[in-house]
Design a protein. Sequence first.
Length: 107
Amino acid sequence: MLLGAGRHKFQDLPARDSVHNYYEHIVTEQLLRANDRVHSDPDFMADVLCVALNRLPPRYVRHDVDMTFFLSPTEMEEMTNKVVKAVNDAVTYVESRGERSEEDPSE
C-alpha cells in the first residue's frame, strides 16, 4: 500500500470528499445557537469557526453516525462541553481582536 502512495494521486477524490472532521458540524451548530452576529457577519463566523476548531482535536469520520454510535453518553457529553467552551472562548478571542484592530489599526 505505501509503495504506491504517490502513483495514483487524487484518483479517489469522491472517497476523500466523504471524510470530514466531526467537530465541524457540531461547532457550527453551537456557534449558530450561541451568537447572533454570525447570522449577519460571515467573516466573523469564519474566524470564530477556525479558532474554535483549532482548539479541538480533529475527529475524522465518513458519517456522523459513526461517531455517535461508538461513543458513550458520557463521552458525548464531554465532547459537547468541549465544543461549548471552544466556541465561547473563540467568540471572546475574535471579538477582542476585532475591537483592538478597530481602535488602532497599527496593532
